[in-house]
Write a protein that binds this ligand. Sequence first.
Ligand code: CTP
Ligand code: MG
Length: 177
Amino acid sequence: MMHALQILLSALYVFLPAYCANMAPVIAGGLQLPGAVPIASKALGAHKTYRGLIAGYAAALLMLWMQRLLQEEGMLESMRLLDYSATSLLFAALLFAGGALGGDLVKSFFKRRLGKAPGAAWFPWDQWDFVLGTFLLVLPFHPLPWEVVLTIIILTPLLHLLANVTGYLIGWKKVWW
Ligand code: CTP
Ligand code: MG
């Protein structure tokens, strides 16, 4: 049996690479990094870029690498669910970032089909897109306790709101949601 606090902390810890992948495109935009080339402007909108994909993959990889270093130092062991030393980090980053960014793109595709402008709020899919995408790719390779999955699904919309308000306040995002 996992303790409630242990579920919460281990859920956040295991999902960190996906959170990083999801935030990286915004940060890359705020820093005005190059590569803002649209992936498919008609289907997804001109704001969905290769820069976002590259930044997301790099961010997930960096996070996974830090998690491996912490594991090898024997740190944060009580909240660790995955073995970061036993898997290829390049492949794990592909699962986390591919799932998160892929989920986001699929969501944007449906948003454009529904005639919603880029950045228009579409609750709860704006918050769940990358969560569902990540679980779809990660869980087949790395099964996680259902309590952990449920915690992420419930908690993420709240964290997402917090991150967006922060991004808006420092001028990296045009809208607060
Ligand atoms: N972004 C990017 N490349 C991606 C995904 C996102 O460059 N593959 C950038 C977008 O330009 C956007 C920011 O990251 O400015 C935040 O992305 P998101 O919240 O997903 O975009 P929205 O503006 O909400 O667009 P949508 O209506 O399609 O959800
Ligand atoms: Mg969005």
